[in-house]
Design a protein around this ligand. Structure first.
Ligand SMILES: Cc1cc2nc3c(=O)[nH]c(=O)nc-3n(C[C@H](O)[C@H](O)[C@H](O)COP(=O)(O)OP(=O)(O)OC[C@H]3O[C@@H](n4cnc5c(N)ncnc54)[C@H](O)[C@@H]3O)c2cc1C
Length: 455
């Protein structure tokens, strides 16, 4: 039956848009989280225009076929995991962009990579700040759908702070426009924000209007190593009390050694923790802020502190931090966490994670966007070892329980997806879950959009 219906979709869409080759489908079953529960889709639709997305959703709505929206598949929470018998609706071929230097806005289609958006606006002397470590492999549509964060978000905010408007196709195939290139707009409910971070469960984003900033000023960089985790977390709080850094990143010793194994850049392998902090304050203020950050690290007892205004040196340390997840992944498959806490609880979170790792006898490497309290505990495990895998999954849950107990969140930027949804009710409570369900049911009454994600 499904294949007869699929012929209708194939006939409606441009030639080649619907892919059913099993070898190709296999590449669209997982996102980066490699959810073992991934299904096998009926087909992948590679949309080239809003009309393709609308036609696919009209067809899916009519036939009750699940649709999993997908950008570049770099998600870390199983949000783009394929559903058996469903469609994976991919935006990778929707790649147009136009930049308006007068209003400092850009209109972009969802399939462009974050890095491509940054490069296109830079040609006009402008800057799109949100910078997930994955910026070279994740799409701008996926960024909006997950409300992605990144390294400079401690100072510049997350994706939702830059989305002024969008075109989104609703579950029944109706395209709607929300917001637009107006820097102020308070007409009606704040529906644009509702779709940012909705992880493909409420609609498919087919265009975004983004707010841009002038090019970022040159950065000064401070790198500090610490003999213990407490000194590092003390330095983080001292820095954020003194100023708003443009970046404040943390790597523990497992991450430092994994990165050093790959990049051989002379990181201190004996350090328990490494901080990489940056200032982009204008003119001489950057050097002043760097001095404040050096002083904060020294006062907290850093073993070694290095400061540079050289852009290439600074970028090398930033690239090392961005490389931490792939580097630790070379130690073994990862269960990836994204827990965050209010900054004063960061030390409790980091020491609590160390206790959880010890009790469950698993390696947990912690890297963090430390300046906004958002950590990424990376649980290394061997899926072939069932007993170890069970311990890793227990640690995965305990870390989220700990974050909730500390007044934090189960996800600071990756989204709930499929892998963290069991913990969402514990964080937000029954009333918010019921409200979330009512919104989902209102926008997607037949439940075809990304079933199994978030709820
Ligand atoms: C090494 C590494 C480092 C990372 N670092 C960061 C980081 O620093 N900060 C951060 O925030 N994330 C980070 N991520 C996670 C990931 O890159 C982000 O979540 C990113 O926003 C996902 O974009 P994507 O295009 O790959 O989306 P996908 O993985 O394809 O999809 C993600 C979710 O968005 C939905 N979706 C995708 N496109 C659309 C659309 N057009 N309309 C509606 N829904 C859609 C999907 O259904 C899914 O639920 C990292 C990932 C990796 C692998």
């Amino acid at each position: 039956m499904a294949s007869v219906q699929l012929q209708d979709l194939i006939a409606t869409l441009p030639a080649g848009a619907v892919v059913t080759d099993p070898d190709v489908l296999a590449g669209y079953r997982h996102d980066w989280a490699k959810d073992p529960g991934a299904g096998t889709p009926l087909a992948v639709v590679r949309a080239t225009a809003t009309a393709d997305v609308a036609a696919t959703l009209r067809w899916a709505h009519a036939h009750g076929v699940p649709v999993v929206p997908r950008g570049a598949g770099s998600g870390l929470s199983g949000g783009a995991t394929a559903v058996t018998g469903g469609i994976v609706l991919c935006t990778e071929r929707m790649r147009a962009i136009s930049v308006d230097p007068v209003t400092r806005t850009a209109v972009v289609q969802p399939g462009l990579l974050n890095a491509e958006v940054k490069r296109a606006v830079a040609e006009h002397g402008l800057w799109y700040p949100p910078d997930p470590s994955s910026f070279e492999i994740c799409s701008i549509g996926g960024n909006a759908a997950t409300n992605a964060g990144g390294l400079c978000c401690v100072k510049y905010g997350v994706t939702s702070d830059y989305v002024l408007g969008m075109e989104v196709v609703l579950a029944d195939g109706t395209p709607v426009r929300l917001g637009g290139p107006r820097l102020k707009d308070s007409a009606g409910l704040s529906l644009t924000k509702l779709f940012v971070g909705s992880e493909g469960t409420l609609g498919v984003i087919t265009e975004l209007t983004l707010r841009l900033l002038p090019a970022q000023p040159p950065l000064s960089t401070v790198v500090a190593s610490f003999a213990d985790l407490d000194s590092a977390t003390e330095a983080i709080l001292a820095i954020t009390a003194a100023l708003r850094p443009a970046m404040l990143e943390f790597m523990d010793s497992v991450a430092v050694n994994a990165v050093e194994d790959e990049l051989r850049m002379g990181l201190d392998r004996s350090a328990a923790a490494l901080l990489v902090a940056r200032s982009d304050a204008p003119g001489a203020f950057a050097a002043h802020e760097a001095e404040l950050m050096v002083a904060a690290c020294e006062k907290a007892g850093a073993i070694e502190v290095f400061s540079t205004a050289d852009p290439e040196e600074g970028e090398a340390f930033t690239a090392a931090r961005r490389f931490a997840i792939p580097a630790v992944e070379r130690l073994g498959p990862l269960l990836l966490e994204d827990v965050g806490v209010p900054l004063p609880r960061l030390a409790d979170l980091v020491s609590g994670i160390a206790g959880i790792a010890e009790r469950n006898a698993v390696t947990v490497s912690v890297i963090a966007h430390a300046g906004d309290g958002n950590t990424h505990p990376l649980i290394v495990h061997d899926p072939a070892d069932a007993e170890q895998t069970a311990r890793a999954h227990r640690a995965f849950g305990e870390i989220m329980d700990l974050a909730i107990a500390l007044g934090g969140t189960i996800t600071g930027e990756h989204g709930v997806g499929r892998l963290k949804k069991a913990w969402l009710p514990d964080q937000v409570g029954p009333d918010v879950m019921a409200l979330t369900r009512r919104i989902k049911d209102a926008l997607d009454p037949t439940g075809i959009l990304n079933p199994g994600a978030i709820l």
